[in-house]
Write a protein that binds this ligand. Structure first.
Ligand SMILES: *Cc1c(COP(=O)(O)O)cnc(C)c1O
Length: 423
């Protein structure tokens, strides 16, 4: 109910309302190619923006520290059941605030401070939370990092095995934020079993592809699977941990009271909606189209002279080395952004340049696929990227305002046929 004492946002705070409105327009009018982003549906957004935010619910369904759980308990149970069914998991915890706290909870559940853990290094495409030095996971644990082969930039399973045998880690992470190929969960499971390590898959980037059955499934092979819910899975900003029954108690204890306080019930509601969406035939089709679009965009960019790390992609993202285009990743990304094409600069394996201005860009297709684009449109996206990169390379990264605004108009016109959900 709105009345004069409870005005809506536009009336109560025009400044914040205006910034949200501007961001909505920007998302509508940009070709969004950041591989970790997507467009959540109107239903997901609605479920996440309501008075469930008012409620404290520390604990788990049936075992709470506060009263008034009549509707919160069934809601969280529904989210748990949907997550288990979607991924075929024995146990699900839907409370992690996001992917990073989910990963810290996994470590809290399985390791003691100082224990050895193993993960893919950040420069090779891994995530900070897999033991990188500046992360809590690299400060509180003894992190050993594996990488990719210099010859083909793929994960070197022989190196993983050698390091695992040498360091006997308590836990091994398998997962990435910038690796364009399938992960060999079965191979990792054999190594983990051999050295007595817990195997944890972090499918933050690829959860939607796993749910859509277009990526090898980690659930049968891994003790624990963590993920975000907002990347290819297309849900609200949040985290999720799945595990085999023997780890269930430790995982629940690690999330609460080990790491977090009360769950964000509005986000739990939106996760439940997203899990239902992801179980639908439409989503299966979406995941399939993501993979087709990734391949099509890669082929179109290769034809325009871009160098693809590993030569292509199996998933939703491309890692592109811009050395052959004579421009740095940062300069290219900045120029593209001025033209309404949004992606991020990214280190490439064995990058000779610094992380803040690396040699590459990461290009993801989850968002443009959600807008309904197909392989034919990927050719146009590649052409627009190339046009801006070539222009920027010829002007030492400094494109002129006239070029930027004309390209932006071209982008807007191109996008008009592909409406963005939730906006
Ligand atoms: C994005 C990501 C995370 C972290 O998720 P946040 O929600 O940003 O904390 C963890 N692991 C991987 C592999 C990721 O890509």
């Amino acid at each position: 109910m709105t009345d004069a004492r409870d005005p809506d946002l536009a009336a109560a705070d025009p400044e914040v309302f205006g910034l949200i409105d501007d961001e909505h327009r920007r998302q509508r009018e940009s070709i969004r190619l950041i591989a970790s982003e997507n467009y959540a549906s109107r239903a997901v957004i609605e479920a996440s923006a309501n008075a469930l935010t008012n409620k404290y619910a520390e604990g788990y369904p049936g075992r709470r520290y506060y009263e008034g759980m009549d509707f919160i308990d069934p809601l969280e149970k529904l989210a748990i059941e949907r997550a288990k069914s979607l991924f075929g998991a024995e146990h699900a915890n839907v409370q992690p605030y996001s992917g990073s706290p989910a990963n810290l909870a996994v470590l809290l559940a399985t390791c003691k401070p100082g224990d050895t853990i193993m993960g893919l290094s950040l420069p090779a495409g891994g995530h900070l939370t897999h033991g990188w030095k500046v992360s809590a996971t690299g400060i509180y644990y003894n992190a050993v990092q594996y990488g990719v082969r210099e010859s083909d930039h793929r994960i070197d399973m022989e190196q993983v095995e050698k390091l695992a045998k040498e360091h006997r880690p308590k836990l091994i992470w398998v997962g990435h934020s910038a690796y364009p190929r399938h992960l060999d969960f079965e191979g990792f499971a054999a190594i983990a079993k051999d050295v007595g390590a817990v195997l944890a898959a972090d499918i933050a980037h690829i959860a939607g592809l796993v749910a859509g059955k277009v990526h090898p499934d980690p659930v049968p092979h891994c003790d624990i699977v963590s993920t975000t819910t907002h990347k290819t899975l297309r849900g609200p900003r949040g985290g999720l941990i799945l595990c085999k029954e023997p780890h269930a108690k430790a995982i629940d204890k690690a999330v609460f009271p080990g790491l977090q306080g009360g769950p964000h019930n509005h986000t739990t509601a939106a996760k439940a909606v997203a899990f239902k969406e992801a179980a639908s035939p439409d989503f299966r089709d979406y995941a399939q189209r993501v993979v087709h679009n990734g391949r099509a965009l890669g082929e179109a960019m290769a034809e325009l002279g871009f160098t693809l790390i590993t030569g292509g992609t199996d998933n939703h993202l491309l890692l592109v080395d811009l050395t052959s285009k004579h421009i740095s990743g940062r300069k290219a990304a900045t120029a593209l952004n001025r033209c309404g094409i949004e992606l991020n600069a990214n280190s490439i394996p064995f990058d000779p340049r610094k992380p803040f201005d690396p040699s590459g860009i990461r290009v993801g297709v989850p968002s443009v696929t959600t807008r309904g684009m197909g392989p034919a449109q990927m050719v146009e996206v590649a052409r627009l990227i190339d046009k801006v990169v070539v222009q920027a390379a010829g002007h030492d990264g400094e494109i002129e305002e006239d070029f930027a605004s004309k390209t932006k108009a071209e982008v807007r016109e191109f996008l008009a046929a592909y409406p963005a959900p939730g906006l």
